[in-house]
Design a protein around this ligand. Structure first.
Ligand SMILES: CC(C)(COP(=O)(O)OP(=O)(O)OC[C@H]1O[C@@H](n2cnc3c(N)ncnc32)[C@H](O)[C@@H]1OP(=O)(O)O)[C@@H](O)C(=O)NCCC(=O)NCCS
Length: 167
C-alpha cells in the first residue's frame, strides 16, 4: 500500500518515492518503509539503536548533526562510531566542526567509552582536521570513494583513544 504524506517540518509534499509502504507479517509484526518521522519515532530510534546525537542550531538552520553510534555487542561496547560529521559548506570555518567534535568527545567520556572511531576522505583535508583533534589513522580502504573530479580517494579509518576511560 502506498500513500503520500506531508512533511510536518516544511509543509512541503514529499516525492512519491518517499511514501510509506507497509508489509504485514504473520505474528503481528509490520514492516514500514519511509514511515512518517514523528518526534516520538525519532526518540525511540535514537534510544533503541544506542546512539547519541549532537545538533547544532543557528537561527532556523541546522548546520551540523553528528551522531555517535554505539555497539550492541558487549565485546565492542567500549567504543563508538562518529557518523555524519559534516558542517554545511556555508557554515564551515566558523568553529562549528570543532565544537561538534568537542561535544561528541565529551559524550564519549561521560558514558565511559575508551575509543571513538570515524572514517573520512583520505585526500581532501579532514584527515588533518581530525589529526589536530587527537585522532590517528589506523587503516585505509584504497580507491574507495569517487571524488568530484572523477578520481578515486582512499577512505581513512581514524581513532581517538581516551586516556581516562572507564571501559
Ligand atoms: C571538516 C569539517 C567537519 C570541519 O568543520 P568546520 O566547522 O569547518 O571546522 P572549524 O571551523 O571548527 O575549524 C577548526 C580548525 O580546523 C581547520 N580545518 C577545518 N577544515 C579543515 C580541513 N578540511 N582540513 C584541515 N583543517 C581543517 C580550520 O582551519 C581550523 O583551524 P584553526 O583552529 O587553526 O583556525 C567541515 O569542514 C566539513 O564538514 N567538511 C566537509 C565534510 C567533511 O569532510 N566531513 C568529514 C567527513 S567524516
Amino acid at each position: 500500500m502506498h500513500s503520500s504524506r506531508a512533511d510536518s517540518r516544511t509543509g512541503s509534499q514529499l516525492p512519491r518515492s518517499s511514501a510509506a509502504t507497509f508489509l504485514q507479517l504473520p505474528g503481528g509484526a509490520r514492516v514500514v518503509s519511509h514511515p512518517e518521522l514523528t518526534t516520538a519515532l525519532e526518540s525511540e530510534m535514537v534510544r533503541s539503536c544506542g546512539a547519541h546525537l549532537v545538533v547544532v542550531r543557528r537561527d532556523d538552520e541546522l548546520p551540523g548533526w553528528p551522531t555517535i553510534v554505539l555497539n550492541r555487542d558487549h565485546t565492542q561496547s567500549h567504543w563508538g562510531w562518529l557518523k555524519r560529521m559534516h558542517v554545511l559548506p556555508e557554515a564551515q570555518g566558523a568553529g562549528i566542526g570543532s565544537a561538534m567534535l568537542d561535544a561528541a568527545v565529551d559524550i564519549c567520556r561521560s558514558v565511559g567509552l575508551s575509543q571513538l572511531y570515524l572514517t573520512t576522505d583520505g585526500q581532501s583535508g579532514p584527515v588533518d582536521f581530525y589529526g589536530n583533534k587527537g585522532f590517528v589513522e589506523v587503516g585505509r580502504m584504497p580507491r574507495n570513494t569517487l571524488a568530484a573530479d572523477g578520481s578515486l580517494h582512499d577512505e581513512v579509518y581514524m581513532v581517538r583513544e581516551f586516556e581516562n576511560a572507564q571501559a
